[in-house]
Design a protein around this ligand. Sequence first.
Ligand SMILES: *Cc1c(COP(=O)(O)O)cnc(C)c1O
Length: 358
Amino acid sequence: MKYNGVIERYKKYLPVTKKTPIITLQEGNTPLIYADYLSKLMGENFEIYLKYEGLNPTGSFKDRGMTLAISKACEEGSKAVMCASTGNTSASAAAYAARAGIKCIVFIPSGAIALGKLSQALIHGAQVLAIEGNFDDALELAKEITKNYPITLVNSLNPYRIEGQKTASFEICDCLREAPDFQVMPVGNAGNITAYWKGYKEYKESGKIKILPKMLGFQAKGSAPIVKGYPIKNPKTIATAIRIGNPASWKQAEAARDESKGMIDLVSDKEIINAYKLLAQKEGVFVEPASAASIAGLLKLAKKDYFKRNTQYARRNTQIVCILTGHGLKDPDRAIKSIKEPKLVQANLKAVLKEIGC
Ligand SMILES: *Cc1c(COP(=O)(O)O)cnc(C)c1O
């Protein structure tokens, strides 16, 4: 059967009816890649998997929620959608709005979004306003406007975003035939950790899985409001997708952490960049910096023997799924800044052979 996106595949679990027009780009169905290098690094009895969400149509997991948010907006007769975005939400909203033939307005924090993401919003024809402020300022404006004008807010405050995003946990369970023991992921506005947890709980309720994973979320050190326990006025990190000082789904993220007996911790930019390079160079998987926070978190906890101490099911290997939220090509500048630039060599055989050590 032809695959036609997450709404069609999981409609049983989603708030759609026969009347809902399905606006899809065949998002979802992303690979769960066995991580050879990381599994070996973690030692015997560990299986590490990478949920490569960068392979969604616009390059991030945001498409899972956007297909539903835009479909429902169309069902309700909306002619325009709006979001504030660190980049990926606007890229996704712009693409799905184009597909649906409705208007899209996006607010981005000026100077703080990666080039790939900005180019997407622009080329899909969204009206892009660069707000002189940070993400949290932009979101406040979008909330205020959509409250008073007939424009649908498609930030993750829109409940359909969370509903669509929970399909990623269904895919993981369908693939492993059970939930993993641990799930590691970056946390920004905290919609995604909320969505995954909701998905796992619903799958357990419906009898598809028997266990629930411990949810392990990671914020960047310079923008870790949930870890610190208070909003951060000027969040800082190179991982722009999680540069958020006052997460919209703060409470739900804490609930996911507490109900699953997991944790929300932080990783430094240096740890993020090291994990970013490790993933690209040892696993062959290119992600944007925010996504590497998953692997930075995995390695941080492994060093403290967290997984060995918290593993409960000794009869089989411990399965850990790391969510890789966005594609590396979103932010090519960061890749080039993180590695030495290509060396200039004369166009003759001798010079080239010398450089490559032959
Ligand atoms: C949106 C996003 C995040 C953060 O997800 P939240 O739901 O805001 O916590 C992380 N990584 C990437 C690539 C994103 O686009």
